[in-house]
Design a protein around this ligand. Sequence first.
Ligand code: AHG
Ligand code: MN
Ligand code: MN
Length: 342
Amino acid sequence: MIKAPTFGEFIMDRQAEFPFVTGQLTRLLTDIGVAAKIVNQQVNRAGLTNILGASGATNVQDEQQQKLDVFADDAFMRILSSGKSVCGIGSEERDGYVLCGDQGEGRSGKYIVLIDPLDGSSNIDVNVSIGTIFSIVRRVTPLGEPLQDQDFLQAGTAQVAAGYVLYGSSTMLVYTTGHGVHGFTFDPGVGEFFLSHPDMVFPERGATYSINDAVKAKSNQATQDFIDTCREAVDVGFRGRYIGSLVADFHRNLIHGGIYLYPSTSDKPEGKLRLLYECAPLAWLAEEAGGQALDDHGRILDRVPKSLHERTPYYVGNRHLIDALQTCRKALCGGGQGTGLT
Ligand code: AHG
Ligand code: MN
Ligand code: MN
């Protein structure tokens, strides 16, 4: 029997893809795998330990923090800041940036990590899939100098690695460094992630649309027209699927084909999802896998964030489904005609 490479072996073998590597990125990705195992262990024992439920605190975005949100944030912070590769971390669960290194000034280490430590918090207590999303960029201020806002606020095109961990029916780690999207499945008996999904791409056609139905009525007209068109395509196999954990919805759509929408709405014109640590990393994975990701105006990866917790409307998935949404935006949509869906 041929053994599949572990995550650690795979990223080590691929290190040569990067010119002038020093091994810091490889080390950082290894650390993400270690932190993912620690979080995975807590997630799997969640019903047995005193880790379910609200922590009693709210985060900077006024959301109730769950105990697992706090645990996952602590685990990733601890592991990533104790390596030598990371100079700064921006987390959904923290107001400001965390600076790493000896004096906590972010002077050493080449990489910045942006992270949603626990995605899908509302699903924790009900045993439904949750995840972690991460994005890695290079610092722009020279080594040895204190970090500035611009180190953290970089466009998605500046990412050097991005990925997610899905704590689902099995636990998976999926990542890209711009050389394809690769998925690893955790074997709890061995305690390792093994390569199970090399070179992941969206299937050519997708027939799943994912949206919180309750926000549809308040969303922009193009989104409403597009969803109506999807519903009308039920006879040709279209279906609505929405888990409520972005990672899980994205992963399903990547494997089976589909589109995920969290639109701008009349009361939230900026949408709900966060650009830096939710939308941009998954947008890069989507593009690497042959798909597309947009906000209301253009490509997600081209957006330069103005703040750490900036939100954005988000539309991501198969190329032909995003094209169909674009057709609705150009007001050509009507009864499934002309969108290319059917
Ligand atoms: P988080 O748990 O990190 O705050 O993210 C929740 C996000 C995302 O995972 C999910 O797709 C979306 O919020 C669900 O929002 P609704 O409950 O409005 O559908
Ligand atoms: Mn999230
Ligand atoms: Mn979260």
